[in-house]
Design a protein around this ligand. Structure first.
Ligand SMILES: N[C@@H](CCC(=O)N[C@@H](CSC=O)C(=O)NCC(=O)O)C(=O)O
Length: 277
């Protein structure tokens, strides 16, 4: 691993690292916030960003470090896709680099690199555990495409995370344009293969015995709410399954990082409740 940047931040450290990913077949960059040291090793909260983002959007815009320092939580911010000149891409912002959708692609030309699910679930946590002092407890949260990633990864891995939360997540990608475009490209035209990556479908099939504390914030002035996000679909499945979901609709808030910065403290405290007990 190569340290690219390091900054003192709220008595802890904000760092940016590059490493070679064998899962994604390219060099990857991630950011990490290390809170001030305490007696016990801290838990980890993974953040998954949305379309067009890399590891720095959340780091520089969400204002999460002060509360993470206070609570004693490590924040890990990966990139949103494999990167590089040899990695396939597309002209559009919602496919290819910057738009990995946190799944394992099965179709060409994507399948050789676009395995963000395996990267986030296996390779990155192993790398973090090998190189930083952390406890075994982890939670996950994200925004938009990253909200889809956080919810689907948590639902696909019962018992792995202490809690999950999302800002304006794409909860039903099989039914909305962003998801349909990406899933057709990465997974192929056979829609039966898509269910395994759709949070509403995964929740429908989930065992309520594995219920995970879940928080979603959604701005009602979000430009993508009606066409791409539709958190009410997820809330309806949660109601049917008696799943512990809190969905908060925030009046006047849009899809931006100003919305995330406004409510990130609530999310950090929500995760701390479950990570630190
Ligand atoms: N360029 C696109 C919209 C891109 C966009 O809004 N990206 C969001 C995530 S959207 C869902 O995954 C984002 O987080 N952008 C980065 C930022 O720092 O704001 C368009 O024009 O519609």
């Amino acid at each position: 691993m190569e340290l690219l940047e390091e900054h003192r931040c709220f008595e802890g450290w904000q760092q940016r690292w590059r490493h070679d990913s064998s899962v994604l077949n390219c060099a990857m960059t991630f950011s990490i916030f290390l809170p001030p040291p305490r007696t016990n090793p801290p838990p980890v909260l993974y953040w998954l960003s949305g379309l067009t983002c890399n590891d720095e959007n959340f780091t520089t815009k969400a204002c999460a470090q002060r509360i993470a320092a206070e609570l004693g939580i490590v924040l890990v911010m990966p990139d949103t896709s494999p990167r590089g000149e040899h990695v396939p891409n597309s002209e559009s912002y919602d496919l290819g680099q910057g738009a990995g959708f946190y799944l394992n692609a099965t179709q060409q030309p994507w399948a050789g690199h676009f395995r963000m699910y395996d990267y986030i679930c296996d390779e990155l946590p192993a790398l973090i555990a090998d190189n930083f002092s952390i406890s075994e407890k982890a939670s996950i949260f994200g925004h938009s495409m990253g909200g889809h990633g956080a919810l689907s990864i948590a639902l696909k891995n019962p018992g792995r995370f202490c809690s999950v939360s999302a800002f304006a997540p794409i909860v039903n990608p099989t039914r909305v344009p962003w998801g349909q475009k990406a899933f057709t490209a990465y997974l192929g035209a056979d829609e039966s293969q898509w269910r395994a990556w759709d949070s509403c479908c995964l929740l429908m099939d989930a065992d309520s015995a594995n219920a995970l504390p879940t928080l979603i914030d959604q701005g009602d002035a979000d430009q993508f709410l009606a066409d791409q996000l539709q958190p009410a679909q997820f809330a309806e499945v949660a109601r049917q399954k008696n799943w512990p979901l809190t969905l908060r609709v925030q009046p006047g808030y849009d899809h931006s990082y100003y919305f995330i910065a406004t409510f990130v403290e609530d999310h950090l405290r929500f995760h701390a409740e479950h990570l630190l007990k």
